[in-house]
Design a protein around this ligand. Structure first.
Ligand SMILES: [Zn+2]
Length: 783
């Protein structure tokens, strides 16, 4: 699924996808030939018109592949019509392999017409000399220069096509490889933000259209070693260096040298290369520099089964042939990569499925759920764009439910507004896991609101799930060199750890579980540190999981901080601590936050951490996707204490939605935040949910965000009930939709035991689909 969260993000995205998309469309050509021909025709017509060649043919605009190609041949200009955005005509590297292409069309696509047309075209074109030796012949560069461009330089046909898509004051004068495409799009975003979308889709369309005429392939000559003499010199230099390093026994210096070695090899590999393989890599069509380097220059060094570098230098490439010892060493890495590749694509696929199952009820169901809740952001945060305001901003004369555009953001920054509260899917109160238009905000791909009935959940799960596979795949082939460990969650593994919440894992952040004072911090015998806390006030028994009683000391607790973690700021002897306070740095565990804080903070931490996992992996995504998922991933509360009149009994686990319905019936009163200590929220505020106890930290949080009064209820206490993401669906009331998931036997037994019911006209498509007969007869977004 496609996504575009902000300008530079989209630029990178499209730069990567420009050609790939086009190649994919090639597969659909059997059905789309006519459409495609129309598109190409109009481009040719425009080109001719500009060059005064439109007199004769204007009325008989050709349609169909055959006519189009004939017309193209008659343009009188010698061009390679298959020039795609990123390759041949653009770069002047000639890749015509007409007969191959003809056969491909006939045999693979089963498209006789296409094959004929290609053959005619091939006969019509001058047969290029270059066919057998593409490395040496940039012949069509000259041939494809069609006119003097606006920048005063000769313009090729491909440049002409691209310049037509660009704003009038911008011109392409250089090869559009991955980097240049990114640079170009960023420039468009800076200079012409209003035209950005048009340019991006225009370029994409060019890629779609023209790359279908250019199925790139690799010949055997493509894998001859480029700059061989230089390669040998590099190898010799580092062989000598490695021997020295091994003698000294300094591993870190050795790794640094080997990393430099790989870099030098890769640079040499692509230096001056104009062959198909280099173009494929530099245009981001497929493959990467390292893969190509391994194939035809040399792998440099390889890793063993445990990803450790084997300190032996490969003097030759796989294409040249390696001797038995190197083959043997390289095989370990290859075998491992194959196995890892299999496993790694299976895992993200499974994760995607879990996410979509959790989110499949998140249908856009109404305009406004009416919630007064929302999230606080500073105006400089770009994630606010496309959302609706939850609270007035009098400084800028903005009202609740006004949309935040880039202009509005500028205005907020000009007026130096410190913070705004925005609507968020995380705090939406639409029924049964659905979401409202105002909380969901604008859809990035269309820049309009989601429509009633849109499945925001499946759009979100696509957006979150699709990059997961990419993340693991991009790691698969790379040569990993020691980079140093840190505490950031990354990739599919990071997301999984976050949402599945294993009880223990490396670098788990240590949170305080009691109210008290730090009385001692001492080194632990096994390494790391032990923090001793004297408890000054009681806390619920369920809080204390990781603390161990200090030997021979009443009311004292020890917290162990492992050697890989640092103490958090302000953690020293004499410091006052409270439940949920960070004692160390490290990786959040949502289960700890849920146990020691409240549901609102848990959902916020879930959204923020997921957002960061993607960011750490180099993917900036629309934060609202994670907010929608965080609400769906944490839907349950456990009743700890309830008034006798309430429908719930202590110990019961209910959905937060059901709980709110019941809590609303209880008598509530308005209390100023200053007097609210120890009371319980009867109405959600900011990201805090109904049932949140107002302790000193919550009180400070409310004051900091400008909340003056809150609605409170009494004799009510709830705790978030966190479940691993893969089990969330199983607790649903809607038992039919949960059958799309796993643990089916238990699911059925549960459903029968507790008399669960499913609504066939609810917000879940699975339930409606399972029953089938009345599907799509629901109203307002229901099935
Ligand atoms: Zn809402």
């Amino acid at each position: 699924m496609l996504k575009k969260s902000n300008a530079s993000d989209a630029a990178v995205y499209w730069a990567n996808r420009l050609t790939r998309r086009g190649m994919r469309i090639f597969n659909h050509m059997g059905n789309n030939t006519a459409d495609l021909a129309d598109m190409v025709n109009s481009q040719i017509a425009a080109y001719r018109k500009e060059n005064g060649q439109d007199k004769d043919d204007r009325k008989k605009a050709p349609i169909g592949t055959k006519q189009r190609l004939n017309a193209l041949n008659k343009t009188g200009v010698e061009i390679d019509p298959r020039g795609s955005v990123t390759s041949p005509a653009m770069q002047g590297v000639n890749m015509p392999k007409p007969m191959e292409e003809t056969n491909y069309a006939k045999e693979t696509l089963g498209n006789e017409q296409m094959a004929d047309a290609l053959k005619n075209r091939a006969n019509g074109l001058k047969k290029p000399k270059a066919v057998s030796s593409p490395l040496k012949t940039p012949t069509l560069l000259q041939a494809s220069i069609v006119k003097q461009g606006a920048a005063g330089k000769p313009e090729t046909f491909a440049e002409y096509l691209i310049n037509h898509v660009l704003p009038s004051d911008m011109h392409v004068t250089t090869q559009l490889d991955k980097k240049q495409t990114e640079v170009l799009l960023i420039e468009v975003a800076r200079k012409h933000p209003d035209q950005y979308d048009k340019v991006v889709s225009g370029l994409k369309r060019l890629g779609d259209t023209w790359s279908t005429y250019d199925p790139v392939t690799m010949g055997i000559e493509e894998i001859s070693t480029p700059n061989k003499a230089k390669r040998d010199a590099i190898v010799r230099k580092y062989q000598a260096q490695l021997e020295k390093d091994l003698k000294k026994g300094d591993k870190q210096t050795m790794l640094t040298h080997l990393e430099a070695f790989q870099k030098e090899l890769s640079r040499n590999d692509l230096d001056g290369s104009k062959d198909d393989a280099s173009i494929m890599v530099s245009s981001a069509l497929t493959g990467n520099k390292l893969q190509l380097m391994k194939l035809r220059t040399t792998p440099g060094v390889v890793t063993d089964n445990d990803d450790h570098i084997v300190p032996i230098i490969f003097p030759k490439s796989y294409a040249e042939g390696v001797d038995p010892i190197h083959f043997w060493l390289g095989a370990a890495e290859s075998r491992k990569n194959i196995a890892v590749g299999q496993v790694n694509t299976a895992k993200p696929g499974e994760m995607s499925k879990i996410i979509s199952n959790v989110l499949n009820s998140a249908i856009v169901s109404k305009r406004d759920c009416g919630t007064m809740q929302g999230l606080a952001f500073p105006p400089r945060d770009d994630t606010i764009i496309g959302r609706y305001l939850a609270r007035d901003v009098p400084e800028c004369n903005l009202k609740r439910n006004d949309k935040i555009t880039a202009d509005v953001q500028q205005e907020l920054l000009r007026k130096k507004v410190r913070e705004i509260i925005v609507r968020s899917p995380q705090t939406c109160e639409a029924p049964d896991g659905s979401v409202c238009q105002l909380c969901m905000g604008m859809r990035n791909s269309t820049e309009k609101d989601y429509e009633i009935g849109d499945s925001a959940g499946l759009i979100t799960s696509g957006n979150i799930g699709e990059p997961l596979t990419q993340m693991t795949l991009s790691a698969k082939h790379s040569t990993s060199l020691a980079t140093g460990e840190d505490n950031k969650l990354r990739k599919e593994k990071g997301l999984r750890q976050l949402v599945e919440m294993p009880r223990n894992y490396p670098n788990r952040k240590v949170l305080c579980e009691v109210i008290g004072t730090i009385v001692n911090i001492r080194p632990a015998p096994q390494g790391g540190q032990i923090i001793t806390i004297r408890q000054t006030r009681p806390v619920p028994e369920r809080y204390i999981v990781f603390g161990t009683p200090t030997p021979h000391m009443e009311q004292h607790w020890d917290y162990y901080v492992s050697p890989s973690l640092k103490l958090a700021e302000g953690i020293k002897r004499g410091a006052e601590v409270y439940p949920g306070m960070e004692l160390s740095n490290g990786v959040d565990n949502l289960q700890d936050i849920a146990r020691l804080r409240n549901l609102g903070f848990t959902r916020s931490a879930a959204a923020e951490n997921m957002y960061q996992v993607y960011k750490n992996t180099g993917q900036t995504m629309d934060r609202r996707h994670f907010e929608l998922l965080s609400r769906a991933a944490h839907p349950y509360v456990r009743i700890v204490r309830a008034p006798a009149s309430a429908a719930f009994v202590p110990g019961e686990v209910v959905t937060y939605e059901d709980f709110v319905q019941e809590a609303k019936k209880l008598p509530s009163m308005d209390v100023s935040v200053a007097n609210a200590l120890g009371k319980v929220l009867g109405e959600g505020v900011l990201d805090l949910t109904v049932g949140t106890e107002i302790d000193a930290q919550v009180q400070r949080y409310l004051t900091e965000h400008g909340v003056k009064t809150v609605k409170t209820v009494s004799r009510l206490e709830v705790a978030p009930e966190t479940l691993p993401l893969s089990r969330v669906v199983n607790q649903r009331k809607d038992w039919i939709s949960a059958l799309n998931h796993r643990y089916l036997k238990n699911q059925l037994i549960d459903a029968a035991t507790y008399g669960k019911k499913s609504n066939i006209h609810g917000y879940n498509p699975i339930t409606a689909y399972a029953y089938g007969a009345e599907m799509r007869q629901g109203t307002d977004g229901t099935y």
